[in-house]
Design a protein around this ligand. Structure first.
Ligand code: SF4
Length: 94
């Protein structure tokens, strides 16, 4: 089984649509640095997020399977959408 198939299975098991290439956009005002999204993403496998300067950031965007699990984990709705990852214009933390 390829790793892409496994990634898709993880996304589907979580009831989310598999959209490889999307990464979470995190609202820095709403984020309180609780690590819920960081811990869940790490537990599920992709391990995309970490806390940088007290705010969650997609520090490993190439790992993202775009399933939006982090959105479900956030108590403040700081992660409000998934957007296409553009390596030529990465998020500030990368
Ligand atoms: S779950 Fe939400 S509030 Fe908590 S660290 Fe992640 S983005 Fe920030």
């Amino acid at each position: 089984m390829s790793s892409t198939k496994i990634d898709a299975d993880i996304a589907e098991a979580f009831g989310r649509t598999f959209v490889k290439g999307n990464i979470p956009e995190i609202n820095p005002v709403r984020c309180m640095g609780c690590r819920n999204c960081v811990n869940l993403c790490k537990k599920l496998g992709p391990n995309v997020l970490d806390i940088v300067d007290d705010i969650a950031k997609p520090v490993r965007p190439n790992n993202c399977i775009g399933d939006g699990a982090c959105m479900l984990a956030c108590p403040t709705k700081a992660i409000f959408l998934m957007s296409k990852y553009d390596p030529s214009s990465p998020p500030q933390s990368i």
